[in-house]
Design a protein around this ligand. Structure first.
Ligand SMILES: [Zn+2]
Ligand SMILES: [Zn+2]
Length: 159
């Protein structure tokens, strides 16, 4: 039997980690890997020890920012990168697997942390109804490899 690729293993993990999110609107998961090892994981949500949006604001959800996103949450990428940085892991040259392509704010952080590759599942622009994926464009412009993962490879997860 063919062995699964690391891309498939990490993206499947990111999809499963997304389900841990307490966010009402979007659930995003991220896996940060380097040299075939996982450095960190993250999902979108407020900093741990603060809010659980779904439990605190079950009816209308939490307060929204100007772009319609949760005003309390860190994005999955941010949570994954912060955890790695906090624990002194080397993030330089790592690959980030994320279920939604990075927004521009996350793109700036990803670039600054010298993450060299991003593999995403769904387009943030498509999800938000925006014309361009600014985060993806920013990363590509400054030399970070960004590829969209072929969702069909994980078709068993989306039935
Ligand atoms: Zn929220
Ligand atoms: Zn973001």
């Amino acid at each position: 039997m063919a062995k699964p690729e690391f891309d498939d293993i990490y993206m499947e993990l990111a999809v499963n980690i997304a389900k841990r999110s307490h966010c009402i609107k979007a659930q995003v998961g991220a896996v940060l890997a380097r040299d075939t090892r996982i450095i960190s994981i993250g999902y979108n949500g407020p900093p741990s020890g603060t809010h659980n949006c779904d439990e605190e604001f079950p009816e209308h959800g939490c307060a929204r920012d100007s772009k319609g996103s949760c005003s309390l949450a860190l994005h999955a990428e941010q949570n994954a990168i912060l955890f790695a940085a906090k624990n002194g892991s080397q993030v330089d040259g790592a690959t980030l697997y994320v279920t939604l392509s990075p927004c521009i704010a996350c793109a700036r952080i990803i670039f600054s942390m010298k993450i060299s590759k991003v593999v995403f599942l769904d387009s943030y622009a498509q999800y938000k109804g925006l014309v361009a994926d600014e985060g993806v464009e920013f990363l590509r412009k400054f030399g970070v490899e960004v590829i969209q993962y072929d969702k069909n490879r994980l078709s068993h997860l989306f039935k």
